[in-house]
Ligand binder design. Structure first.
Ligand code: 8OZ
Length: 367
């Protein structure tokens, strides 16, 4: 029987357990530059088998919220080095989540206040977070402009370049953010993609951008250092697809020969119910399609897991379980899982933005 505490090989990394810290946006990187406080926060959580960093913008164009970090400038890379060194000093492992928000942005965050870019010029009915004169505010996203087909290879190269940067900054690998209604997910799904060229229409065309990104990133840093996050039926950021099962069936069949280290599934609505009304989905069938196509990478599950559900998932074929909010409130979550100790509750008011409060000051169990 697999347990959460078994060591496991993922790509060429030996992880000390199957417990993953999920990517968590915390908006504590002023000017998109990581801070020493972030190094402390991640180091506190380094007992996880793997940490996936908060979503990190591959370019300024890929930025959609105030004070989220980037991985495109020298200063950012130097600051990330302190984070990765602090995690490694605790014997931990950390991947960088590579993020382009696409239409989930605001002109005030974009280079020269240009329009955010997207597969199609359709507004996402969602909000983003800005800080104006020091005061945080949730504001509707800006109307995006549709990318020209000729611009797409440039964004694929931006992903590739960011992957190289992440390794230069000491990350053990990268996770492409293909979930939660951001750019990759916008290309994949009918609700955001009305293109009539090679990047829209059929499933093959809508999956083209993702597969181009994955091929380039694998070529740059090695397949064993690459993961991908997907959310087939999430409702996050106003995203939807008319028929997700065949879409993701195709995606995993095409991904399999790439030989990536892991696939990371958000089951249901991100941070919400694991079953979404009107959006049934068979994850087991998706995993079978991936395995039948020859994929050997780890299958990582996420969304609302507690200990019992996590153990059940491992028994049913998952290899890794990612915990999000529990890791915010419990820096020693691995220890608590081991001992069956209760978990601290998350304080909502300090999730996004601010300093040490609700970030590095959650209590650990007394030893
Ligand atoms: C919460 C707030 C802002 C961004 C995601 C990167 O959902 C995010 C995110 C989450 O993937």
């Amino acid at each position: 029987m697999k347990t959460l505490f078994d060591p496991v090989q993922v790509g060429n990394l030996h992880l000390r357990n199957r417990i993953v810290m999920a990517p968590l946006t915390r908006n504590r990187a002023p000017g998109a530059i990581p801070t020493p406080l972030m190094a402390q926060y991640y180091a506190q959580r380094a007992a996880a088998g793997l940490i996936i960093s908060e979503a990190t913008a591959i370019t300024q164009q890929g930025q959609g919220y105030a004070d989220v970090p980037g991985v495109y400038g020298t200063e950012q890379l130097d600051a990330w080095k302190q984070v990765t060194q602090a995690v490694h000093a605790q014997g931990g492992r950390i991947f960088c989540q590579l993020w382009h928000v696409g239409r989930v942005s605001h002109v005030e965050l974009q280079p020269e206040h240009q329009l955010p870019v997207a597969p199609s010029a359709l507004v996402a009915k969602t909000k983003t977070y800005l800080i104006r004169d020091g005061v945080g505010a949730f504001v509707p996203t800006s109307e995006p402009r549709a990318l020209d087909a000729e611009e797409v290879p440039g964004i694929v190269r931006d992903f590739r370049h960011a992957a190289r940067n992440a390794l230069l900054a000491g990350f053990d690998g990268v996770e492409v953010h293909g979930a939660n209604g951001y750019l990759v997910d916008q290309f994949l799904k009918t609700g955001a993609n009305q293109r009539r060229d090679d990047y829209g229409g059929s499933i093959e065309n809508r999956a083209r951008f993702l597969l181009e990104v994955m091929r380039e990133v694998c070529e740059e840093v090695g397949r064993e250092r690459v993961g991908l996050r997907l959310s087939p039926v999430t409702t996050a950021n106003d995203i939807a697809d008319d028929d997700p099962q065949p879409l993701f069936d195709y995606v995993v069949k095409q991904l399999a020969p790439l030989g990536i280290a892991y696939l990371h599934l958000i089951e249901g609505a991100t941070g919400g119910p694991r079953e979404v009304e009107g959006r049934p989905f068979d994850y087991e069938a998706m995993r079978r399609a991936w395995r039948d196509a020859g994929a050997k990478g780890a299958w990582m599950v996420n969304n609302g897991y507690d200990q019992a559900l996590a153990e059940q998932a491992l028994a049913e074929g998952a290899d890794l379980v990612a915990f999000g909010r529990p890791f915010i409130a419990n820096p020693d979550l691995v220890q608590r899982l081991r001992s069956g100790a209760p978990w601290n509750a998350v304080e909502k008011a300090t999730l996004y933005g601010g300093g040490a409060k609700g970030y590095t000051d959650y209590p650990e169990l007394a030893n």
